[in-house]
Each structure stands twice: as C-alpha cells, then as structure tokens.
Design a binder for this molecule. Structure first.
Ligand code: FMN
Length: 191
C-alpha cells in the first residue's frame, strides 16, 4: 500500500477482533514508527502492551475513582478489554531539556500516527482512545506511571470488523487554511 492510499483509507476502528500483532510484530512496527520526526531524537515516549483481562484494572481504577456501584464496576471492568491488544502510549517528557515539552508531545503524537498507518498497511485496525482513561490517576497508578509521565491514551489494536460499514473520510477543502505569503503582502500593500 503506498503512503497516500494508507492515509486516505485509514479509519478509526471501533470494533476490533483477533488477530492483533504479537509482541514481535508490534516491536517491528514501532521500530518503523519511531523514525517519525523527533526534535533532538529524545524518544519521549514508551508503550505498555496489555492483552485480555490484564486490562481489568483500567476499568476498576476508574470505577473506584468515580464511586461506581457494582453493576457499573462490572461494566467498566470489561469496557477496556474489547480489542485484542491495547497499547498504552506514555509520554515521557525529557526535562529539563532545550527542546520544549510541546515539541516532545508533538513527537509522541507523530509516532502514534505513523504506527496507526503502518498497522493499517498490514490490514490491522486501530483507534486512539482517551476519555477518562487519559485523566484517571487510578489508571496511571495501575500502569505504574512514574514522575512526570502522562498517559496520552490507549491505542486499541486488532483486525477490523469485516461487516462494519466503513466510509472513507472525504478530505476537507484545505485551501482556506493555506495562505500564500505573496498575496498577504499584496493585500497589505493595497490597504
Ligand atoms: C488524541 C486523540 C484522542 C482520541 N480519543 C478518542 C476517544 O476517546 N474515543 C474515540 O472514539 N475516538 C477517539 N479518537 C479518534 C478520533 O475520534 C478520530 O480519529 C476522528 O473521529 C476521525 O476519524 P478517523 O480516525 O476514522 O478518520 C481520538 C483521536 C486522537 C488523535
């Protein structure tokens, strides 16, 4: 699959079945994704791979934090086990460092997108999930986040549901988001 086709056809997949990449294939794909732009080559991220009921603690952490009743706790326990593989993206800011934190965050995001494209090119599907997961201190504790580390979300990964209706996103007209500097200067000159 060429890069433009991958970009045009990737969608967030909400329903994911087995198989997902095994640890070796995930590592191989992440190695590729790690070549995304990264100011200072700081690699300000790490991933935690969770499969099956290893993820029960994610929902239970949120349940404890929100004072969920028994039924809601049970629902939350299984909520984060829907895909065969969940890869937690942990932001590891290299601080203090001349490369500001926002640039490091941008680098981590670039890796995630590259990884999603590489997964898609191999017929895997993925979705980046945040919501309560990304803000829960219980989840952070469950995952063993250290110091300034921050959970940027979970990449749920697996094989897309073959029966799911999936429409290509039609790219927006982006021309209004492009300014040609020459025109800017001209309009300033006219004014
Ligand atoms: C940082 C980030 C967080 C996201 N969090 C969620 C989420 O919590 N739940 C969800 O359903 N989708 C989430 N998404 C996926 C977006 O909703 C999705 O990319 C967007 O709707 C465009 O759809 P597409 O990826 O199929 O093109 C997230 C995407 C990003 C980049």
């Amino acid at each position: 699959m060429d890069v433009m086709t991958a970009v045009l056809t990737r969608r967030s997949e909400h329903i994911l079945h087995a198989p997902a990449p095994d640890d070796a294939e995930f590592t191989y794909l992440l190695k590729g994704a790690s070549l995304a732009p990264d100011h200072g080559r700081l690699r300000p991220w790490r991933w935690i791979l969770l499969r099956g009921d290893e993820r029960a603690g994610l929902g239970l952490g949120i349940a404890a934090e929100t004072g969920a009743d028994a039924a809601e706790t049970e629902r939350l326990r299984t909520t984060y086990q829907r895909a065969p593989l969940s890869a937690a993206l942990v932001f590891v800011p290299r601080d203090p460092h001349p490369v500001p934190e926002w640039e490091q965050l941008a680098a981590a995001s670039c890796v995630a997108h590259s990884l999603m494209l590489l997964l898609h090119a191999r017929d895997y599907g993925s979705i980046w999930r945040t919501g309560r997961l990304a803000t829960s201190s219980g989840v952070g504790e469950f995952l063993g986040l250290r110091g300034p580390e921050r959970l940027l979300g979970m990449l749920d990964i697996g094989t897309p549901d073959a029966t799911a209706g999936r429409r290509r996103r039609v790219p927006d007209d982006v021309s209004e988001s492009i300014t040609h500097f020459e025109e800017l200067r001209k309009s300033e000159g006219d004014g």
